[in-house]
Design a protein around this ligand. Structure first.
Ligand SMILES: Nc1nc2c(c(=O)[nH]1)N[C@H]1C(S)=C(S)[C@@H](COP(=O)(O)O)O[C@H]1N2
Ligand SMILES: [Mo]
Length: 203
């Protein structure tokens, strides 16, 4: 892989990948991070579902891996960063842009892979019902990055119909900026999140 940035790790295949197979091997799938890669202790990891729901829930990784409660599903998903070909934007508007302002991304920020996970509908069901006009889900990543020198978590939101693997949410049909990694919390909210990666960077 060619590292456009060593930190935060932003990497693309050094050569144009062979396109015979629509699935990109994991070792050649693009990587786009805004901050560090959090160290998550499986023993202590727990995942929250709260906000505008009747009964907020917390699950551990052991709960989420219980295939009896949460049957696994498999999907082939193509992800595309809305910042692919970002270099053209940087050349036209230097100084403007999102959180990884100088990463010279060309057209490589696209990748198709097979994901195995669980549907978010299942753990959400345990919350009973959405209340008070909950229309969106807000996702919180455990990683921290700096935006204008302020430390923050990577956060985003979507309308509430996604399917998820709790450590990585795959929201089908959305830009990959909403497919949060290292997810530790989902909150039901009324309107789209005001987090910078949602309301500015990848609006
Ligand atoms: N927690 C977290 N989730 C994140 C990001 C991030 O920096 N932190 N980057 C987003 C962006 S902009 C993209 S394009 C994809 C990249 O996913 P990948 O590294 O698996 O290709 O993850 C998204 N989810
Ligand atoms: Mo992205």
């Amino acid at each position: 892989m060619l590292h456009l940035f060593q930190f935060p790790c932003n990497a693309k295949p050094a050569k144009r990948p062979i396109t015979e197979d629509s699935i990109r091997p994991n070792s050649l799938h693009f990587v786009w991070n805004h901050g560090g890669i959090p160290i998550i202790d499986k023993e202590y990891y727990s995942f929250q579902l709260d906000g505008l729901v009747a009964s907020p829930q917390s699950c551990t990784l052991v709960d989420l891996k219980d295939e009896f409660r949460f049957p696994r599903i498999e999907k082939t998903v193509a992800m595309q960063c809305s910042g692919t070909r970002h270099i053209e934007q940087i050349l036209k508007h230097p100084g403007q842009g999102e959180e990884v302002p100088k990463a010279p991304w060309g057209e490589a920020a696209i990748g198709c892979a097979q994901y195995v996970g669980i549907s978010l509908k299942k753990p959400m069901k345990a919350c009973d019902a959405f209340v008070d006009g909950a229309k969106h889900l807000k996702f919180y990543g455990a990683d921290i990055y700096l935006k204008d020198n302020k430390p923050m978590n990577y956060v985003g939101s979507t309308c509430r119909a996604p399917t998820a693997n709790p450590l990585r949410i795959m929201v089908f049909g959305y830009i990959s900026a909403r497919c949060l990694k290292w997810l530790y919390k989902i909150k039901a909210i009324k309107t789209p999140s005001r987090a910078t990666a949602q309301s500015q960077g990848y609006l």
